[in-house]
Design a binder for this molecule. Structure first.
Ligand SMILES: NC(=O)c1ccc[n+]([C@@H]2O[C@H](COP(=O)([O-])OP(=O)(O)OC[C@H]3O[C@@H](n4cnc5c(N)ncnc54)[C@H](OP(=O)(O)O)[C@@H]3O)[C@@H](O)[C@H]2O)c1
Length: 246
């Protein structure tokens, strides 16, 4: 344990992949972490691991599609650790597919989790950040929004909507109180492909992830870099992809 990041940080989607790796790294660097996701058993295991290494972690079961859950996540941070310095709005799903498959339910789910979920986080944390006079939103967007490819149009749209929100918030907050960061990962080895309905597409994405996807730890390091900057430095965007990704 070291104490280079002496902050209270709530993380959504902390039960696996990038969110879990980020929680572990930030806690190792001294942050008090508040773990949010739906799978409470996984969060409990992670919190136990972090505490076993001398870190500080609490669990708050959170479904980001429910505004009140985000309010509870923020309240838990303030009640347990006295503040909320950073919200890592990382929860996401990728019910991807060609648009002519007309998977309207899948589109809605991505909008609900990837976009509305982040907005719920903003609505819950913004008043606390303003009251404290400081706060930082970090979001996990995607290179899918930078290079638009078939099957990822709606997923990319939700990610680029979030990128736009972060820039809008930044423009509204040049008084130095708020900072916003959008992290754009390329292929990362996680469970993200599990939510893809189309079997062939799911297998293709899984193969790419296992062949050349980077470790979620790499994204965690990028998030830590943004978070540990002094308060007058704002890292707006970080793109981080496998060196062999086209
Ligand atoms: N892996 C990649 O290649 C890649 C690339 C670019 C961007 N990203 C983005 O990175 C983020 C993290 O994904 P990952 O790759 O680490 O995949 P992952 O291992 O599948 O993690 C997704 C996380 O989101 C949570 N989640 C899903 N729906 C939720 C809901 N309604 N409420 C709360 N939490 C919810 C999941 O937890 P529960 O199921 O327990 O709720 C899980 O912890 C996502 O936003 C994803 O779009 C990933």
């Amino acid at each position: 344990m070291n104490s280079s990041i002496n902050k209270v940080i709530a993380i959504t989607g902390a039960s696996s992949g990038i969110g879990a790796a980020t929680a572990e790294l930030l806690a190792e660097r001294g942050a008090s972490v508040v773990l949010g996701a739906r799978r409470g058993d996984r969060l409990d295991d992670l919190a136990r691991t972090i505490r076993g290494r001398g870190g500080r972690a609490v669990v708050c079961e959170t479904d980001v599609t429910r505004r009140e859950d985000l309010e509870r996540l923020v309240e838990t941070s303030v009640e347990e650790f006295g503040a909320l310095d950073v919200l890592v709005a990382n929860a996401g799903i990728s019910t991807i597919g060609r648009m002519d498959a007309l998977d309207v339910d899948g589109w809605s789910s991505m909008i609900d989790v990837n976009l509305r979920g982040v907005l719920h986080g903003v609505a819950a944390a913004l008043p606390v950040f303003r009251r404290q006079g400081t706060g930082h939103f970090v979001t996990t967007v995607s290179t899918a929004g930078l290079k638009i490819v078939p099957t990822m149009a709606v997923y990319a749209a939700t990610k680029n909507a979030v990128r736009t929100l972060m820039e809008g918030l930044r423009q509204e907050s040049t008084d130095g109180v708020l900072r916003t960061t959008s992290i754009s990962p390329g292929f990362v080895r996680t469970d993200l492909a599990d939510s893809i309905e189309d079997e062939e597409l799911r297998d293709r994405i899984r193969t790419r992830m296992s062949e050349f996807g980077i470790s979620p730890d790499a994204v965690a390091r990028a998030i830590a870099f943004a978070v540990e900057q002094p308060s007058d430095v704002e890292i707006g965007d970080i793109t981080i992809r496998p060196s062999v990704q086209d």
